[in-house]
Unconditional design. Structure first.
Length: 318
């Protein structure tokens, strides 16, 4: 049986959903899963990970929380001591920062933003979008340790598992940089990369004030995030954190609703792996309809309010 090491991120006393999905992907292979949690105050998080597929949890303790170089060295050390052949993290900002460093220490090549992961014996393979999401490549690694980040919302989190052995390990003290605090935005809005539903708007909304329609629809779902095309971000209508696309954030929600977005290649590359895509556009020839599962040809000013009311009625059981 092979061993898979998974780096788990957490916030506000709970493991991040994106990391739990990586744990689920690892546990689904039937191999031993060792989770790594960094932070002296993450004891409760470490204790909870057995329920999500971890067989063992290494809790990195010490005076600091996350450090790009220090935590990478600690994770690489866990991989080596466990004799693991696979090391995984979520393709979040932290995961993309950490995994290349871990891979370098393990003399490996990191495979990023994978949408599929399997193991046959101790041989791991992953599926990655290529050519701006127009095709998918199944890849292997000849390195001793298979290192990869998995795309959020592309895997299911395992729930209802058992308990895991928790081992405390002192974090290394040789750290060039440490994260001393995180300034979170007010309002606690969902990140488009992790939200199960994303409602995005484009230039078809005509003016920034009309994004209130997008926000209202997202609020009607209750667990949706607001996204935006590059055009409206460049125009200053929305913050860059909401940009979906090749130069923004790549998302794979259960439901993606594109409102007034024509479907430029750059945008399609960031959302075409969504499980269900709904397009609303008055131009029936818009490229977005070629990748959409459902399409509505009509004026967003009329369609979106009606859709918002329908979602509210459905949630209220009317």
């Amino acid at each position: 049986m092979a061993t898979i090491v998974v780096f788990v991120e957490h916030a506000n006393g709970s493991a991040r959903r994106a990391s739990l999905e990586v744990l689920g992907a690892a546990a689904a292979t039937g191999n031993a899963v060792c989770a790594v949690v960094s932070d002296p105050d993450a004891g409760a998080v470490a204790a909870s990970l057995g329920a999500f597929g971890a067989n063992k949890v290494v809790h990195l303790t010490g005076p600091t929380a996350y450090s790009p170089d220090g935590t990478a060295a600690d994770v690489a050390s866990v991989v080596q001591s466990a004799g693991a052949t696979v090391c995984l993290a979520s393709a979040t900002s932290a995961g993309k920062d950490l995994m290349p460093r871990v891979a370098a220490l393990l003399d490996s090549t990191p495979l990023t933003d994978c949408t599929g992961f399997e193991m046959a014996g101790d041989k791991a393979t992953a599926v990655r979008p290529v050519l701006a999401g127009k095709a998918f490549a199944t890849v292997e690694s000849s390195s001793p340790v298979f290192c990869a980040t998995l795309r959020p919302n592309a895997f299911k989190a395992a729930e209802g598992g058992g308990t895991a052995e928790v081992v405390e390990q002192a974090a290394g003290s040789d750290r060039k940089v440490t994260v001393v605090s995180v300034a979170a935005k007010e309002g606690g809005k969902l990140d488009v990369k992790e939200a199960p539903i994303v409602v995005s708007g484009g230039r078809g909304l005509k003016e920034p004030e009309n994004f209130a329609l997008i926000e209202a629809l997202a609020a009607a779902f209750g667990d949706a995030a607001v996204g935006a095309s590059r055009a409206v971000v460049d125009a200053g209508w929305r913050p860059h954190a909401e940009q979906v696309g090749q130069t923004g954030k790549v998302v794979a929600p259960t439901l993606y609703i594109a409102v007034g977005i024509s479907g430029a290649i750059q945008h399609l590359a960031g959302m075409r792996t969504s499980k269900v895509i709904v397009a609303i556009n008055k131009d029936e020839a818009a490229p977005i309809f070629k990748v959409a599962d459902y399409g509505i040809v009509g004026d967003a000013m009329e369609v979106v309010p009606a859709l918002t009311e329908a979602v509210k009625a459905a949630r209220n059981g009317q």
